[in-house]
Structure formats: structure tokens, C-alpha cells
Write a protein that binds this ligand. Structure first.
Ligand code: NAD
Length: 314
């Protein structure tokens, strides 16, 4: 029997443990099991988190084994090798696919009804790998996709225009990585198209500025990794936001990594697209109108991912 108040975090490195930390503060689960190939690390993280429980929302947090995923509603996978300085996410693909073969088969031994939420990079490829290895319906295999990139873009646009990022409606879609694209044709600030906003605030958001801001988004992970070795706070909050949409059955639109199921003319690939997320995972992938240039970039992004996925032994 599924416990809708229970999740597992597989891989308790920077990303997994920070995600457990944000989930604990959020109170979305009453039971969180931490699993890592390095059992000592998982148990140390559980101990540390438990010592802060008094100041958070009560939950049972412990390090466990794969049998403990049996009744989980959501299994978050953040296990694997991390991106090294100068290494692209795609470089990681073979290493992490091999790790996923073990992890997915272990999860399936105990739970075939959960929602699998993939965070490990390259996240779009590994979401695809997870779908293929698990055989789950596509609504129950979700990648964190470009939720983080979208948050980065909204933050940077907000900062540039001196407007609350929550009033910036903009999204990044495609690969969580170098071939992603910003959907500028649909971007708006409280209903005012982004390109018209400068008239209101005097701060220019012309194509040159837009490209500059989007370059910053694309370089973010590289810069953070170069400065401090890993990125984890923002991604943990992004993952928690996806989980919130699931556990609260919000039907929120998030740019998660999904199977497009023919939308945008795309098939047999996973990539970041706006999708409605609720208690059963993906409710619907939204097909938003794109400019011809954006359509072409999305197609190229999907092609890049498809070529990598085709080279995998699944
Ligand atoms: P990390 O090295 O700190 O942690 C990885 C953890 O996985 C380690 O604790 C390791 O012991 C564990 N692990 C390795 N093999 C395992 C296995 N077979 N079973 C269980 N656990 C295993 O790395 P990190 O900084 O936490 O990053 C984790 C992943 O998240 C990386 O792939 C990274 O690129 C990715 N990431 C994704 C996003 C995103 O937006 N999707 C953002 C940041 C990082």
C-alpha cells in the first residue's frame, strides 16, 4: 500500500541531501528514506537532518535500503557522478546510465507504482533511460528538466528590470544543458510582453540584452561549479517545487523533462517542456505557440538528445 506521505531520496550527495533538507522544512512528507551506495554518508546525512528536526516539520528521516522504497509515493534519484569543472552534462552520460541500470532494477524489485523523479545529469537522457528501464507510463517518469533554468532566467530578468521574479513569465525549454532555449516570444512581465516592457521601466530588454541574460543562464552551472564545486541549493528548491505540485495535486505548469508524446512533432526523447503536474505526475504536456526560430531550436535540442540516447545500450 502506497504511503502518500513517504518519499525516498536515492543519492545523498550535495543535491540529494540538500533536497532532503528542503523537503524536511517544507513538511510535504512525514517519512523520508535516504539511500546511497555510500551507506555511511546516508546515515550521517540522516543524523544531521534529524538533529534539526525540532526547528522544522516533524518527519521520520532515516538511512535505508531499497526494500524501504516499497511504499513510497515518490522516488527522487540524485545518485551518480557529478559534473566536473569543464565537463559537459553529456560527458556524464555513459557513467550515469550504468549506475541507473542498477538503481532502477533495485527500485522495481520493491515498487512499481511510484513516481520516479530524476535529477541526475544529463537529466533528459537519464529520464529517457529511466522510462525505458522501468517500463512505467510516461506520466510517472519525470525529470527536473529546465525548471531550474527557468527559475534562473526569471531571476535574472527580474533583477535586470528590477521586478519581482514571480511577476516574470518566461520559460526555458529543451535540453537542461547547452542546447536549451528561452521562449522569448511568449515572455511577459505581468501581462506586458517582455519586448514592450522597457517603455514602462526605462531598462532595456532588447534582443541583445535577452541574449546576454540567457547566456548567463546557460553559463550558471559552469560558473557555480567552478567557484564552489557543485550546485545544490537552487536545484533542491526546484525539485521540492515539483514534489509540491505532485503531493498537493496542484496541476501546476512546470518545465519538467517529459516524453512529448508527439507534441511539437517530437517523439522518443525526453526534454524540458511546459507540463501540468499533479498527483499522478504528468497530467498533460502543453503545446505552446513558438516562433519559427524557437521551433527550429527545440527541434535541434531534441535531435542532440536523440542522437545521444540512440548510442546507449538499453
Ligand atoms: P555528489 O557526488 O555529491 O553525490 C552523488 C551521490 O550519489 C554520492 O553520495 C554517491 O555516493 C551516490 N551514488 C553513486 N552511485 C550510486 C549508486 N549506484 N547508488 C546510490 N548512490 C550512488 O553529486 P551531486 O552534486 O549531489 O550531484 C548529483 C547529480 O545531480 C549529478 O549528476 C549532478 O550533475 C546532478 N545535478 C542535476 C541538476 C539538475 O538541474 N538536474 C542540478 C545540479 C546537479
Amino acid at each position: 500500500m502506497v504511503n502518500t506521505r513517504k518519499c525516498a531520496v536515492i543519492g545523498c550527495g550535495f543535491v540529494g541531501s540538500t533536497t532532503a533538507f528542503t523537503l524536511m522544512q517544507n513538511g510535504l512528507f512525514s517519512e523520508i528514506v535516504l539511500i546511497d551506495a555510500n551507506e555511511k554518508k546516508a546515515s550521517g546525512e540522516a543524523m544531521d537532518l534529524n538533529h534539526g528536526m525540532l526547528f522544522a516539520k516533524p518527519a521520520r528521516i532515516y538511512s535505508g535500503q531499497y526494500k524501504d522504497v516499497a511504499d513510497c509515493q515518490v522516488v527522487i534519484i540524485a545518485a551518480g557522478a557529478a559534473q566536473k569543472p569543464g565537463e559537459t552534462r553529456i560527458d556524464l552520460v555513459k557513467k550515469n546510465t550504468a549506475i541507473f541500470k542498477t538503481i532502477i532494477s533495485e527500485i522495481l524489485r520493491y515498487n512499481t507504482t511510484c513516481i520516479l523523479l530524476v535529477v541526475t545529469n544529463p537529466v533528459d537522457i537519464l529520464t529517457y533511460v529511466t522510462r525505458r528501464l522501468s517500463g512505467f507510463d510516461s506520466n510517472r517518469v519525470i525529470g527536473s528538466g529546465t525548471v531550474l533554468d527557468t527559475a534562473r532566467l526569471r531571476f535574472l530578468v527580474g533583477e535586470h528590470l528590477r521586478v519581482d521574479a514571480r511577476n516574470v513569465d518566461a520559460m526555458v525549454i529543451g535540453e537542461h544543458g547547452d542546447s536549451e532555449l528561452a521562449v522569448w516570444s511568449r515572455a511577459s512581465i505581468s501581462g506586458v510582453p517582455a519586448k514592450d516592457f522597457c517603455a514602462n521601466c526605462g531598462k532595456c530588454l532588447n534582443m541583445h540584452e535577452m541574449n546576454h541574460l540567457f547566456d548567463d543562464v546557460k553559463q550558471s552551472a559552469y560558473r557555480i561549479i567552478e567557484s564552489k564545486g557543485a550546485t545544490y541549493y537552487a536545484v533542491a528548491l526546484a525539485v521540492t517545487r515539483i514534489i509540491e505540485a505532485i503531493t498537493r495535486d496542484e496541476n501546476s505548469v512546470l518545465t519538467v523533462s517529459v516524453f512529448p508524446e508527439g507534441r511539437y512533432g517530437l517523439k522518443d526523447v525526453c526534454l524540458g517542456l511546459p507540463a501540468i503536474v499533479g498527483k499522478n505526475g504528468i497530467v498533460q504536456v502543453l503545446e505552446i505557440p513558438l516562433s519559427d526560430e524557437e521551433k527550429e531550436k527545440l527541434y535541434q535540442s531534441a535531435k542532440t538528445l536523440q542522437e545521444i540516447a540512440d548510442g546507449l545500450d538499453l
